[in-house]
Ligand binder design. Structure first.
Ligand code: SF4
Length: 223
């Protein structure tokens, strides 16, 4: 009897015949083949500079953030220094990232809070992180994963779309998608897998005209 390759077995089985766990195991292996060591895309040197970079990345590309942060961090690269910079000066530097009135106010205020309440350090815990201005669960998850190495699964639009296409979630929102992904993938894979899916989505995903099977892994899984 001819032994089928995994991708052929998956194709012949069809997406609905496969258990989600099989799909997840297959994806983890393939994504690790495609992106063995995915780098953190936002330039930073410590938890504080990562937190600021992630905050700036809301509705902005990582490339643009990396163009802006050198000038900002030359001015102030820690909460003590940043809280003394006039908000207008922060705003002028970060303007290319968009939403600059809100983001500059948040950078100034969260720096003040870090000094007042956390000894000038970024807390390595979800609750105090999410209590900071402009820091939601996704931003806190990125900081926990990439600055502190705590397993987390930040879900952005690429990850949400792909998890849905790969039939790993029926989530109508990122909260449910995060819960489902954590269920299918081993905890020790979460931090790297989050980056691997982001890189895959950036390379292959197009919001326009997606039929769910026109790109590499979608085709392997869903044909
Ligand atoms: S088929 Fe392409 S565009 Fe659609 S979800 Fe898959 S990778 Fe993204």
């Amino acid at each position: 009897m001819t032994r089928l390759a995994t991708s052929d077995r998956i194709r012949s089985a069809g997406p609905l015949a496969m258990r989600p766990q099989q799909r997840a195991d297959y994806l983890l292996r393939r994504l690790t083949e495609l992106y063995p060591n995915p780098p953190v895309p936002l330039d930073h040197k410590d938890p504080y500079t990562l937190l600021i970079a992630v905050l700036l990345s809301a509705q902005c590309t990582d490339v643009r953030v990396n163009q802006v942060t050198p000038a900002l961090f030359a001015l102030a690269d820690n909460p003590h220094a940043m809280m003394q910079v006039p908000v207008e000066d922060i705003r002028a530097i970060i303007r290319p990232c968009g939403l600059s009135p809100r983001k500059s106010a948040a950078i100034s205020e969260l720096s003040r809070i870090l000094v007042a309440n956390h000894g000038g350090q970024v807390p390595a815990d979800f609750a105090p992180l999410e209590a900071l201005p402009c820091v939601g669960h996704k931003t806190a998850s990125v900081v926990m994963a990439q600055a502190f190495g705590v397993p987390a699964f930040p879900v952005d639009t690429h990850i949400h779309r792909l998890a849905t296409r790969w039939h790993l979630t029926t989530g109508k929102n990122v909260v449910q998608t995060e819960r489902d992904l954590k269920k299918w993938f081993p905890r020790e894979s979460w931090n790297r897998l989050h980056l691997q899916i982001i890189y895959y989505g950036r390379e292959h995903c197009s919001a326009r005209g997606c039929d769910g099977k026109s790109c590499l892994l979608c085709r392997e899984l869903l044909d």
